[in-house]
Design a protein. Structure first.
Length: 105
């Protein structure tokens, strides 16, 4: 299974194996990683799973119009590497991905 490193807003690192097809939002919430609120449950409607892709994002699917719009509404600063965790599904090529959880407070 591919491995993802989450960096919590306080800087704590969490290395997690995710199954193929699982979203980064699901992986964070199922593993008790702080900072991913997932208020809409992964429907791309709240931006509370805002992350910054730090390393290994070469295999990411392009950002959709809906994700782009939600990132514009995020409580955290939008950056060039901003994405929504609910919109990134694991594939083998993302093994070693490192993401920083945005401070959505």
């Amino acid at each position: 299974m591919p491995n993802v490193t989450y960096i919590a807003p306080d800087g704590t690192l969490f290395d997690v194996e995710l199954r193929i097809g699982q979203s980064l939002m699901e992986g964070a919430t199922r593993n008790g990683i702080p900072g991913i609120l997932a208020e809409c449950g992964g429907a791309c409607m709240c931006a509370t799973c805002h992350i910054y892709v730090e390393r290994g994002g070469d295999w990411l699917s392009p950002i959709t119009e809906a994700e782009n719009e939600m990132l514009n509404e995020s409580a955290a600063e939008r950056r060039v590497n901003s994405r929504l965790g609910c919109q990134i599904r694991m594939v083998e090529g993302l093994d070693g991905l490192v993401v920083r959880i945005a401070d959505n407070h």
